[in-house]
Design a protein around this ligand. Sequence first.
Ligand code: ZN
Ligand code: ZN
Length: 267
Amino acid sequence: MSVIEDCLPENSLIFLGTAGTRFNVINQTRASGGMVVSLNGVHVAIDPGPGALVAMCSRRPFVDPNRIQGILLTHRHIDHSGDVNVMAEAMTGGGRRPGGIIALPSDALDDEPVIYRYLRSKIGLIHTWKEGESLRLAGVEITPLKLKHHGVECYGFRFHDPENPASDWGIVSDTTLTPEISPFFSGCRTMVVNTTLLEKVDRIEHLSIPDVATIIHDIAPERLFMTHLGTRILEGSPERIAASLSKDGTAVTAAYDGMVINLRGVK
Ligand SMILES: [Zn+2]
Ligand SMILES: [Zn+2]
């Protein structure tokens, strides 16, 4: 019997899928499925879109679905929540091991729930995000920021570990560029940013490459990873676009499916 030793390292993050927009998800131009982060050894799925479970089991490092103890949703859209029920099944051992945390926007639970009712009694805590209210998970404070994204409730997250106060990092999900984003993430050394558009399009509430340049100018993180990449970015060279955004003090990288980053890997 083979033993899989190649597991997700502590305080690292794996991009299960980096596709952005419904067309790239439907066609699987790139994989979808969001990411999994190990917070002090506790595995947490973030935005488990379609394919998250398959990617966890088939990629290396292996991410054991049975070890998931938390699920965080930024918003209810299917590219962010398609695998949330099966992930909840994994987290609760098919209902035999009740527990775990799911944190999600209230409109993902109240209006048209994305979590099946039969699963909910098995989940230890269902937390709905409220701006300014942090959730503590594995000793890490996760603070949500309300974003603006096509009429659904959507949040970005700042992660702060009081044991490692210099290692704050953040995720900016699908959104237009709001004035609140840069001040909220100020001081974060690592940023993960959903970067879907090559250029700004007024009626589409997703971040563009010029928006990311603004965020870099304002926050100056040590590292910024672009994910949720849209068609025109993927048709070009995401790596070359990322390199063109890099500047003194900020290394910009286009994430790829299966990429692992160390969240403490900064000076
Ligand atoms: Zn969305
Ligand atoms: Zn999306």
